[in-house]
Design a protein around this ligand. Structure first.
Ligand SMILES: [Fe+2]
Ligand SMILES: [Fe+2]
Length: 289
């Protein structure tokens, strides 16, 4: 067996320590604090603890988190996330989301990378942070960043020409080696899924890379809703799974707190999807791609 991992996203752990100093100087942060306080009613951090516990009980090799680990990209939030990942009891892979680049200042000091770099170890091209590649027996996780600081009320993302060119080369090489390529990206990658001002600005260019090189699985978060689809590849389609927020208390269809267990093996990629029913995570049926 190549790789058995749990995927979750958008855990949005909140710690407002130290925010008072900054918020009066920073409009973006002041608006964000109000949003984050509102989110406290709809998200519960203990669900992330429950995901970690289940991941260990399910014998997962690894936990994969596709961004928005914080709300405001504050030091205190990253500190909390780093501690939770460090104490998880299994290896963690993370990529950033737009909330992890909430302010220009946090991007300038590379706060996400400096706190969570230990969970993004892998092969890189000529010193670039992204994509990073974590290789396993017959499978690879390819971590992308769409995280850019945006104007208030915007939650857009961008990969950029350089990162897309590096992704193209990586997918080509791994594809040639017959490795199962699992692409991690925060923003949705299918048309019409992201709300206005919430989208990936260079989505078309990303889709062209996948159409040219292919991928076995693309995992994302961001919209806090369950999504299933596929992108065109050169031979087979690339399966796309978007997952709802791991810490969501919503009871609306598709918006329940969720995680998925993946088993990557030569015969295919099997998935069991788990949703929060108010008391615990309940397993759905297994699907195989
Ligand atoms: Fe989010
Ligand atoms: Fe997001």
């Amino acid at each position: 067996m190549a790789l058995r991992f749990v995927h979750c996203s958008d855990i949005h752990l909140l710690d407002l320590e130290g925010v008072g100093v900054h918020r009066f100087l920073n409009k973006r942060l002041t608006g964000g604090v109000n949003l984050a306080l509102g989110r406290r009613k709809s998200h519960a951090p203990h669900l992330f603890d429950a995901i970690i516990e289940r991941a260990r009980a399910l014998d997962a090799d690894r936990l994969v988190v596709t961004g928005d680990v914080t709300n405001l990209a504050l030091e205190a939030e990253f500190e909390l996330v780093r501690r939770k990942f460090g104490e998880a009891g299994l290896p963690v892979t993370v990529i950033p989301g737009n909330h992890d680049a909430y302010t220009k200042g946090s991007v300038r000091v590379r706060r996400f990378e400096s706190y969570l770099g230990a969970f993004m170890e892998g092969d890189r091209q000529s010193g670039h942070d992204y994509p990073f590649v974590q290789r396993f027996d017959g499978a690879a996780l390819i971590g992308l960043s769409t995280a850019i600081a945006t104007l208030p009320l915007y939650a857009t993302g961008r990969l950029g020409h350089g990162q897309l060119a590096r992704l193209d080369a990586i997918l080509e090489q791994l594809g040639r080696e017959g490795i199962a390529r699992i692409v991690l990206i925060h923003h949705p990658v299918m048309d019409g899924v992201a709300k206005a001002r919430h989208d990936l600005l260079d989505l078309d260019a990303f889709k062209q890379v996948i159409a040219r090189r292919g991928a076995e699985l693309i995992l994302h978060g961001h919209e806090h809703v369950h999504i299933e689809g596929a992108l065109a590849g050169p031979e087979a389609e690339a399966v796309v799974h978007g997952i709802a927020s791991g810490t969501s208390l919503s009871q609306k269809p598709g918006r329940h707190g969720a995680f998925s267990l993946y088993n990557v093996a030569p015969e295919g990629i099997a998935r069991v999807h788990y949703t929060w029913d108010g008391d615990e995570f309940i397993a759905g049926g297994e699907t195989l791609h």
